[in-house]
Design a protein around this ligand. Structure first.
Ligand code: PLP
Length: 377
């Protein structure tokens, strides 16, 4: 049976060049980077070179990059350090933030450490800048966490403008950039952002490794206590091969960015056109259909209500098609999406998130369309 992987927003396949590099490195560069002998020094050089590569790609200094176990840890670090170490009593986020942001913020609010405000969003998931200004004006120094691109509906926020507003009100700004690092260019010199976060497995690197960027003027205390790695901020023996692979994946992504963006946008447009001609009343969430103003790697859509639709993902899976659910309602093992509940609470339509990478093809999309036609027509 043909198998088609269209769930790249969940995770991407590791690039073959990276698997090769990592396998070789596991054989040779196994020493602990904290060891002072020559083996250890070699590992340390690998880690520090990766830091320099990543910093260069973001146009920042290596000292502002700290390696983590992935996006969730990086988001938790930004929130906990940003808030606790700066005596912040008020935070702002949106209801469509990733749970790696929402839950630590809600925990701090439940513990009485902060007041948590949710910023108004429109039906596309776009935040209201006027409401942001109002919330900042009426409160003490605030921690703001607004994601760059939403992982379920692909809505992109203007982080340049949000950063400028936060700077004006002396607020701390964290942006969860897990879906956009290595997919969009970043120049940290032009952005007023205190923390951004990334995860290697979203751009053809391995799972279990990520990083946090912390701006130079941000004062934070150690997040994980122990052996003093990562200049004391995040203890734990470094994931040497993962860190090196992440830097390589990011370098590959930025080297070929223009070409890959054109290719993936082409796939997305093709899928939109095919879906519209194959299925009556297909709808697209947020600004998904707008190629230049949404995450080009992701297409989140909903289909007409039918009995069969309940089991849509299951049926697609049986046909070898991997994608994610995008439904506001709960059904079966699908507990429903807090993001879609935030923008389309009453919808009973079955939703699907298709997400693409450079490894997908038009043939694969044709296969998916053909199967969807069987299910819906
Ligand atoms: N933030 C966003 C927007 C994500 O899409 C994800 C992963 O799905 C995460 C955070 C968490 O990243 P990780 O899986 O590396 O912990």
């Amino acid at each position: 049976m043909k198998r088609v992987y269209l769930d790249n927003a969940s995770t991407t396949p590791i690039a073959p060049e990276i698997i090769e590099m990592m396998t070789e490195m596991m054989k040779t560069t196994y020493a602990n980077p904290s060891s002072v002998h020559s083996f250890g020094r070699e590992s340390k050089i690998v880690v520090e070179n990766a830091r320099k590569t990543i910093a260069n790609l973001l146009n920042t200094s290596p000292g502002s990059i700290f390696f983590t176990s992935g996006g969730t840890e990086a988001d938790n670090m930004a929130i906990k350090c940003g808030i606790n170490d700066n005596n912040i009593r008020h935070a702002i986020t949106s209801k469509i933030s990733h749970l790696a942001v929402l839950l630590p913020l809600e925990d701090l609010a439940a513990a009485g450490k902060i007041k948590l405000s949710y910023i108004n969003i429109d039906e596309n998931g776009e935040i209201s800048l006027a409401h942001l200004k109002e919330l900042l004006k009426d409160n003490d120094r605030t921690f703001v966490s607004i994601m760059h691109a939403n992982n379920e509906i692909g809505t992109i926020q203007d982080i340049k403008q949000i950063g400028d507003i936060c700077r004006h009100y002396n607020a701390i700004f964290h942006s969860d950039t897990v879906q956009t690092i290595a997919h969009f260019p970043f120049n940290m010199q032009e952005l007023n952002i205190d923390f951004i976060t990334a995860s290697a497995h979203k751009f053809h690197g391995p799972k279990g490794v990520g990083f946090i960027y912390v701006s130079e003027d941000m004062q934070i205390k150690p997040f994980l206590r122990g052996g003093g790695q990562e200049r004391n901020m995040r203890a734990g023996t470094e994931n040497v091969y993962g860190i090196s692979a992440m830097a390589m994946a990011m370098e590959m992504a930025y080297k070929n960015l223009e070409k890959e963006v054109v290719f993936i946008k082409g796939l997305k447009q093709y899928m939109i056109d095919q879906l519209q001609s194959a299925i009556k009343d297909v709808q697209f969430y947020g600004k998904c259909k707008d190629l230049d103003n949404s995450l080009y790697t992701l297409l989140s859509c909903s289909f007409p209500e039918t009995d069969m639709a309940e089991m849509l993902l299951f049926n697609l899976d049986i046909m070898g098609i991997a994608c994610s659910s995008g439904s506001a309602c709960s059904s079966g093992s699908d507990i429903g999406s807090h993001v879609l509940l935030g923008i389309a609470p009453d919808s009973k339509r079955p939703g699907v998130r298709f997400s693409f990478s450079k490894y997908n093809t038009k043939d694969e999309i044709d296969y998916v369309i053909e199967k969807l036609k069987c299910l819906f027509n």
